[in-house]
Ligand binder design. Structure first.
Ligand code: SF4
Length: 387
């Protein structure tokens, strides 16, 4: 497989799989109701896993995600970051993010994060409507979020992301606009907004199947999305990825790696990594097996999940992820990465792209192509052309 890209600093994702309780819609690898002793054991296993890494790879973003990383004690987070700094060459100006649930934050924790040189906080507000929060099974209230948002600013966080959801059963467009405008009023540097999806195995999927819950119609969901983008742009945010807006220069550097075919490393339960030479790998996702492997000094990689992909797979992923960015696919970058002209590989897709362009769904010129606002609504169909 030929990937011509020069080695750049990688991102590092660290997974913390514990939450206060499981939200009704969530299918992430996370568990509610854990004991402090188990979380402590997990933190030690993570430190051990990180210490097994000997390559000293240069890293310029770290993302501590979950689950709810802020459920761990702050001193455990500091130890994990210390181990990451010992294992990798973490750049001075690295973007270091931690995800937090408002119910699990307080001033001391936020100050401890700053002391550990975490410089970006991602808070899962999801909604500013207490009834909807309760319906979704969220552990926090609007007031919990507002209190901790202010505390984060007081603690010195100058780069905050707020996660919001729309298309929640029972949510009106007015309620969505109200949540979003309250968040815009706080002026976070970054806002992520996701449409609620029904995922197999979740409580919401069960409720839907048994007729206990309705989803908003597709047109309503799309209307909320476009209304949200309009409000964010009007407030001066840049819409840089399908579900993400930021102030100029505050785009999430870590997540951009996923959408830019950059390499990332991973630590923690079920975490995924991607390296050009080795392909994609995944850590063990059974908690006891992961803990045991790390405690015994073995890298907790799931050998069965190791993927060695073909060049065609890589190209498809490149296009699929690049299309999530509003700047879309660059033909020159594609060629620089794979050493092949885009239409030499996707000659059969030229006509489809021209048709999408004629229908106002993509913008296409000699430099590349991207989705238009209407194209985003059928992004899966357009992306499927390349995978
Ligand atoms: S807090 Fe986040 S990770 Fe945890 S259950 Fe809720 S949605 Fe899932």
């Amino acid at each position: 497989m030929i990937i011509n890209r020069p080695e750049k600093p990688a991102g590092l994702y660290i997974h913390i799989p514990f939450c206060l309780k499981k939200c009704g819609y969530c299918d992430f690898l996370s568990f509610g109701g854990s004991e402090e002793a188990l979380r402590e054991r997990y933190a030690r296993a993570l430190v051990r896993e990180l210490s097994l890494n000997k390559e000293r790879r240069s890293v310029d973003t770290i993302f501590i995600g979950g689950g709810t990383p802020s459920l761990l004690r702050a001193d455990h987070i500091a130890e994990i970051l210390k181990a990451a700094r010992a294992a990798f060459s973490v750049q001075e100006d690295a973007e270091i993010t931690i995800e937090a649930n408002p119910k699990t934050l307080d001033q001391d924790k936020l100050r401890a994060y700053r002391k550990a040189r975490i410089n970006r906080l991602s808070i899962g507000a999801q909604s500013m409507d207490d009834q909807l929060l309760a319906f979704m099974g969220r552990a926090h209230s609007r007031e919990d979020f507002l209190r901790n948002y202010r505390s984060a600013r007081d603690a010195g966080f100058e780069n905050i992301n707020v996660d919001l959801m729309f298309g929640i059963p029972g949510q009106t467009r007015k309620a969505w606009r109200s949540s979003l405008s309250q968040i815009i009023g706080l002026a976070p540097e970054h806002i992520s907004f996701y449409s609620l999806q029904l995922e197999e195995g979740t409580e919401f999927a069960r409720m839907y199947r048994q007729g206990e819950m309705d989803l908003p119609p597709e047109e309503e969901d799309r209307a909320m999305y476009h209304e949200g983008i309009g409000m964010l742009k009007e407030a001066g945010y840049i819409h840089y990825e399908i579900s993400n807006c930021a102030r100029a220069g505050r785009e999430c550097r870590h997540n951009l790696k996923y959408w830019s075919f950059d390499e990332y490393l991973a630590a923690g339960l079920g975490a995924h990594s991607f390296r050009y030479k080795q392909g994609r790998a995944r850590n063990l996702s059974q908690l006891e097996a992961y803990l045991k492997a790390a405690e015994e000094g073995r890298l907790p990689v799931d050998e069965d999940a190791y993927e060695r992909e073909t060049e065609k797979d890589y190209m498809g992923e490149y296009v699929f992820t690049a299309l999530r960015k509003m700047e879309g696919v660059s033909f020159s970058d594609f060629c620089a990465t794979f050493g092949k002209d885009f239409f030499q590989v996707y000659s059969g897709s030229r006509k489809a792209l021209m048709d999408y362009k004629a229908r106002g769904l993509v913008e296409l010129d000699e430099t590349g192509f991207s989705l238009t606002a209407r194209g985003i609504d059928i992004s899966n169909e357009i992306m499927a052309e390349f995978v």
